[in-house]
Ligand binder design. Structure first.
Ligand SMILES: [Zn+2]
Length: 420
C-alpha cells in the first residue's frame, strides 16, 4: 500500500493543471483493470477529467446473481467516491518530498486523498481475491476538480448518487483517531466588487469616491454576519484594489468564504451578502457567488450507514467515532440523494499543510473497514425506522452538546448559551 501511495504522490496533480491529472488517472486505471474492472475515462473541459470504474460482467453470470442477464433488472449499486487532484502546485515535491518517517508517509496529497484511493483499491482487491460478493455492485468514481469546487464533475456525482444505494467517500478521516464524517458544513464563495470614482488624491480628493474605504466598511459588515453559535462563519480571505498611492481608488474587491451548519441559514445569509448597501456616497457594490455546496447533515439514512460502520469496526476490534467537519466535499452533494458516509479515507494529519501525512499502520485496517461496509446488507429503501430516527436524534443532540461545549471552552463564555 505504501509503495502505491508513494508512486501516486510523486505524480503531482494540482487541480488547476489539467494535464497533470492524466498520469494519476492512468495509473489508477491500470490498477483497476488488473482487478477486473471496466474503466471509463470522462474527458474534462477545464479540468483534467474523471474516471469511472465498474466490475466487468462475467461472460456467463451464475444463476445465483440476480439481474445480470442483458435486459434483466438492474442490480443495486454502491459507490466509492474520491478525487485525484491536490491543492499543491507543481514542484512542491522539492519542499515536501515523499518519504517515510516514524511509520508515517509524508508527501503532497497523501492524506487528501490519495491514501483513500489506495485503500479503496485494496478493498476492491480483497473482494476479488477472497471471492466475496457484495450485495450491491461496487462502483468507483474519481474526479480531478474536487479541491476547486467540483465545477465540472458535480453533474456526474449527482447522476451516480441517484443510481446507487449508498456512497462511501474516501476523504481523509477526522482527527488523529480517524473519526468518520457524518456532518459537513455547507460552503459558498462570493466576490464583492466595489465601484467608486477616481480622483487626484492631493489636488481634488473631494471629487473621488474611495472604493477601498468603502470596502473597509463592507469587510466589517461581512464579518458581523458570522454567528459561531449557529455554525455560521464568514471569512474575507482576499482583498485587492486601488491604482497607486496618489489616486482615490475607483475599484476594490473582496473574496469571501462562508460556511453554514444548517441549510436553513443559507438563504438569509446569501440575501444579506447580496443586499449589502454601500455606505459612502458615490460608490456601489456588485456581488457574485452563492452557497453552492449545501451542508451534509446526519439524515436517518446517513446515520443508519454510520451504525453499519460502527458495527463493522467492532467486528474488526477497532474503536471508531464520528463528527462534523468544517469543510465540504462531494459527499455534501451525494447526501442530497442517497445514504452517504464520509471520511473513510486515510488516518493522518496535515491536510493542506506541508506536514501532510498518513499513518501507514492504519491503512490496512481502513481498507478492511471498507470491505466490510461494501459487504454489509443493504438497508431497506425506507431507512427511517424508529431505531435510526432515535439514533439520528441522539447523534444530533450529542453533536450539539459537543459543539456548544467546545465553543464555550474556546470563547470562555458561560454554559448558559448552550440552551439557545
Ligand atoms: Zn479532499
Amino acid at each position: 500500500m505504501a509503495g502505491l501511495l508513494a508512486d501516486l504522490a510523486r505524480l503531482e496533480s494540482p487541480s488547476v493543471v489539467a494535464a497533470s491529472q492524466g498520469p494519476v488517472l492512468d495509473r489508477l486505471a491500470g490498477e483497476l483493470r488488473a482487478l477486473g474492472m471496466r474503466v471509463r475515462r470522462l474527458r474534462g473541459e477545464a479540468s483534467g477529467g474523471h474516471l469511472f470504474a465498474a466490475p466487468a460482467l462475467p461472460a456467463r453470470p451464475p444463476a445465483c446473481l440476480p439481474g445480470r442477464a442483458p435486459g434483466g433488472p438492474r442490480r443495486a449499486a454502491q459507490l466509492l467516491l474520491g478525487h485525484c487532484d491536490t491543492v499543491w502546485p507543481l514542484g512542491m515535491l522539492a519542499a515536501m518530498p515523499v518519504e517515510t518517517r516514524d511509520g508515517r508517509l509524508y508527501g503532497p496529497g497523501v492524506y487528501d486523498m490519495k491514501g483513500g484511493l489506495v485503500q479503496a483499491l485494496f478493498a476492491l482487491r480483497a473482494l476479488r481475491e477472497l471471492r466475496l460478493e457484495p450485495p450491491a455492485v461496487p462502483l468507483l468514481f474519481v474526479n480531478s476538480d474536487e479541491e476547486i469546487g467540483s465545477g465540472e464533475s458535480t453533474r456526474w456525482v449527482r447522476l451516480l448518487a441517484r443510481r446507487v444505494r449508498r456512497v462511501f467517500v474516501l476523504e481523509p478521516s477526522l482527527g488523529p483517531d480517524g473519526r468518520l464524517k457524518t456532518g459537513r458544513k455547507g460552503v459558498g464563495q462570493f466576490t464583492v466588487t466595489v465601484r467608486g470614482r477616481a480622483a487626484h488624491a492631493g489636488l481634488e480628493p473631494e471629487r473621488g469616491a474611495s472604493a477601498v474605504l468603502e470596502l473597509s466598511h463592507v469587510i466589517q459588515r461581512l464579518h458581523a454576519l458570522a454567528d459561531p453559535a449557529r455554525g455560521i462563519s464568514v471569512n474575507v480571505g482576499v482583498v485587492s484594489g486601488g491604482l497607486r498611492g496618489n489616486v482615490v481608488p475607483p475599484e476594490a474587491r473582496a473574496v469571501v468564504d462562508v460556511r453554514v451548519l444548517s441549510e436553513d441559514d443559507a438563504p438569509a445569509l446569501e440575501a444579506a451578502i447580496r443586499g449589502l448597501p454601500p455606505t459612502l456616497p458615490g460608490t456601489r457594490l456588485e456581488v457574485t457567488g452563492a452557497i453552492d455546496r449545501p451542508p451534509l447533515i446526519a439524515t436517518p439514512a446517513n446515520l443508519a450507514l454510520w451504525c453499519t460502520a460502527e458495527a463493522a469496526a467492532r467486528q474488526l476490534g477497532l474503536p471508531l467515532g464520528h463528527g462534523t467537519a468544517g469543510g465540504a466535499s462531494d459527499g455534501n452533494t451525494t447526501s442530497r440523494t442517497t445514504a452517504t458516509l464520509d471520511g473513510l479515507g486515510a488516518v493522518g494529519g496535515g491536510a493542506h499543510s506541508v506536514d501532510e501525512h498518513v499513518v501507514l499502520a492504519r491503512m490496512p485496517e481502513r481498507a478492511a473497514l471498507l470491505v466490510l461496509l461494501l459487504l454489509a446488507p443493504l438497508a431497506e429503501a425506507a431507512a427511517a425506522t424508529a431505531e435510526t430516527e432515535a439514533a439520528a436524534a441522539n447523534a444530533q443532540a450529542e453533536d450539539e452538546a459537543r459543539r456548544t461545549g467546545a465553543e464555550a471552552r474556546s470563547t470562555g463564555a458561560g454554559a448558559g448559551r448552550s440552551g439557545a
